[in-house]
Design a protein around this ligand. Sequence first.
Ligand code: HEC
Ligand code: HEC
Length: 535
Amino acid sequence: MSTFHSLRVPALVASGLALVAAVACNSGGSSTATTDSPTTAHEAVGDTTTNGATSTALHAGSIEAGRDVYRYETFGDEGFWTDAARMPQGMKTAKLTVLQALQAGVSFDADAIPAALRTALASEVKTDHSPAKAPKLNDPSILDQLVKANAVIGMVPKGGKVGVTCALCHAITDKSMYELTDKGTIGKRIDGPTPHTLNVGKLLATCDNTRAFFTTAQLVGPDGSTIGRAPKGLTAKSTEAEFDAYFSNPKYYPVGTFDDSPDGNGNSIHITPFFRQDLAAPYGSSGQNSDLNDFNNTVYTALFDQSNLLSPGGMQFIHGLGATAGDSMLAGYKRVLAATGVTGYPYVTAHMQGKPGDPPTPTGKRVDEQKLRDLQAYVNSLQAPKGVVANAALVEKGRALFVSQKCTDCHNTNQGIAVQSKLVPMNVIWPAYAPKVIAQRKPPLTPIQNSPGTFDDKMVVVDASPGGGIRGNALPLLLDLARKPVFLHDDSVHSLDELFDAKRGKTAPHPFYVVTPAQRAELVAYMKSLDTDSK
Ligand code: HEC
Ligand code: HEC
């Protein structure tokens, strides 16, 4: 682990955001942003934005308008997903069918499927799914038709291209038309809950130019080291087939995870719920952003169009976080884009604003402020699913244990109030944490450092230190846990029973246990019962 990583930049994490972002952490990015609006909106190379000016007339976020942002707004990312990553072309090359998309955990919006096709699919799903009995499920052109009808959740048609929205990873359906057991579904959209069986890595591998996701792949550093789940890292010279092999291997890129940090480390982490965000701050596992709109702007400007990291502001951002290592990662990325014929980037529709590296504007750009506000209003309004109670007496005992075992030092019993905003230091959440410094950074940033094991990989480069915070783990929403198949942000624990079983050891991540199997059953029942009405 070494140096290389330092190179890698900090990530901005996709969703998360970047260290940088954290820096200032002021909150309220929205209001701030608004005031210094853009004078120079279009000077950046590739800046296609035109709407910086709308920020002069901001009003409170609209839930309804925010729903459209959530489901359909791409801010130009179809340029990246179609012209750079070539997702629709890859789906065609792979002759991807509706059935295969369902197997990859993709969800379909039944209401958006043209009526005749919906009727046909509804009867085909009841067959054995063979090409003879289910021709449409096995016909790649039908998947293409569904994308064009805006029925593939999160993949949005825009002027002949296809972009990606938040809904891809942050929505499920009510399965009213179909559920391929433990995989994708067809039904009415439910925004917010995590599609735990969505195979994001496989979708990325299906793109014709998976190398466009270079900065979020597991790379090899100049000293030959690499951080991530794979034994070997990738380089700017690795082939498309080698990138595909990394992204499509669930051992390296587990199902239900996404790597949201453009830091060259292979640290895909489990997708978190995206409802009741008013309760969830700070945002990201490492708590890197205290302001939701700043986090969301980072997703659009640094993650959904990763080529924007090669804009002048993007390069400044990465340099601030990773210094020469960051610079060299970007140099490799530039070579990859050139070698794969990608031109005309960046694509994101955002105006120039603020200082690159500041949390509201990591790459020196901000998407439309009103739309960020609308999105925020929407995700705050989205409700958590009801808890699941199979045995009320068990739940009651579990609650008593939760209190007596001091789980409440960190978690609330009342899930209808905000989680504690503190970060839990790495050596508390993971007593085995023994980091080696890879590179020093300018204070207040902590050094880039790595410990053997995967639990800290997301935090090697990205933590809350740019904003003066510590390197640690944010507290999760304890909601919708009955549906969750894996636990902890790195997917390292495979059931709630295992999570609370002392067999994992005193130095394992999250080493908070109860003694007997009966107690574990009580605690598990309690966890599954939680919703925002739990007191
Ligand atoms: C390709 C999958 C993917 C897509 C698409 C996606 N996200 Fe996420 N999102 C994630 C993952 C993975 C996490 C967990 C990050 C972490 O814990 O650090 C996450 C977490 C978040 C969080 C942090 C929530 C919390 O409680 O800390 C926010 C905010 C967020 N995403 C916003 C967005 C927005 C806004 C969009 C659309 C512009 C979006 N995401 C699209 C994968 C995705
Ligand atoms: C020192 C603080 C602390 C204590 C004490 C603590 N937790 Fe946690 N807990 C956390 C943090 C931080 C996470 C997030 C870990 C991660 O994202 O990898 C977490 C995660 C969890 C999760 C997993 C959520 C998910 O979506 O994967 C559950 C369930 C949980 N805790 C229950 C408990 C119970 C039950 C106890 C008491 C036996 C307890 N915790 C004690 C800090 C704590």
